[in-house]
Design a protein around this ligand. Structure first.
Ligand code: SF4
Ligand code: SF4
Length: 234
């Protein structure tokens, strides 16, 4: 396994890595950290280089940073950074040609076309933001059909392990996604989403654990398979 593959594996397992004063800081689920500690030790020096965004980092797509870019324009301040430190919009961010788990290199946010500053912590969900906040300002009451869809999605979200507040947010995100005609999807709508054993969620198509943002925030995934189509095909 290369250091870069290890970064991806850590991100998928919900492990956050940071380089601090030449030391590798590791945080995340205890079991996953225990399992990956030997590999983290083995690749420590390469990981420090990657995390520091050295020449080993992947080529960026957005050109040189604009000197006028605010210093606080970082992935940590972006609505699309997952709790594992990966990017929930890797295609739009120029990190991948199709949906994949990607750890943005240091400094990428300064040139990232997909950067969106976190604006509000919605429904008490911590740093998770509502991706359709602008559209929601033109609120009109939901129709009976929309309400039925929201209830169905809320039930599925709870069955899949979201707490009621997170399920509220996810069903509201989907409601506004549909209203705005956005073409992005949530893992929550995909037939490959599973409740995990060693992680909270697991993707049966990619054979990877999934961070919550991928489950509840819209993105474009090449391997997405619509749950509704499965139902209609029954
Ligand atoms: S969208 Fe861009 S700025 Fe935001 S987390 Fe992804 S790479 Fe970072
Ligand atoms: S295949 Fe489905 S569950 Fe897996 S990452 Fe893509 S959208 Fe999510």
């Amino acid at each position: 396994m290369t250091a870069r593959e290890l970064l991806t594996r850590c991100a998928a397992a919900g492990i956050t890595l940071a380089a601090e004063a030449g030391r590798l800081r590791v945080a995340g689920p205890a079991e996953a950290v225990r399992e990956l500690t030997p590999l983290l030790r083995e690749h420590r020096d390469e990981l420090l280089v990657l995390l520091a965004g050295s020449s080993a980092a992947p080529a960026l797509t957005g050109g040189a940073p604009d000197p006028g870019v605010p210093a606080d324009r970082t992935c940590a301040a972006c609505a699309h950074r997952t709790s594992a430190g990966t990017c929930a919009r890797p295609v739009e961010a120029g990190l991948a040609a199709h949906f994949a788990i990607r750890w943005p290199p240091a400094g990428h946010a300064a040139v990232c076309k997909a950067f969106e500053r976190q604006q509000l912590a919605a429904h008490g969900s911590g740093t998770q933001t509502h991706p359709f906040e602008t559209a929601r300002r033109n609120w009109t009451p939901a129709t009976a059909k929309e309400l039925a869809a929201m209830e169905q999605r809320h039930r599925r979200a709870v069955v899949l392990g979201l707490d009621p507040q997170q399920a509220d947010l996810a069903s509201d995100v989907l409601h506004w996604r549909d209203r705005t005609g956005d073409d992005r999807r949530l893992c929550l709508e995909c037939r490959s989403l599973r409740v995990g054993t060693t992680s909270r969620w697991h993707c049966a198509a990619l054979h990877l654990p999934l961070a919550q943002q991928l489950v509840t925030q819209p993105h474009r995934c090449e391997t997405f398979q619509d749950l509704q189509e499965e139902r209609h095909g029954d």
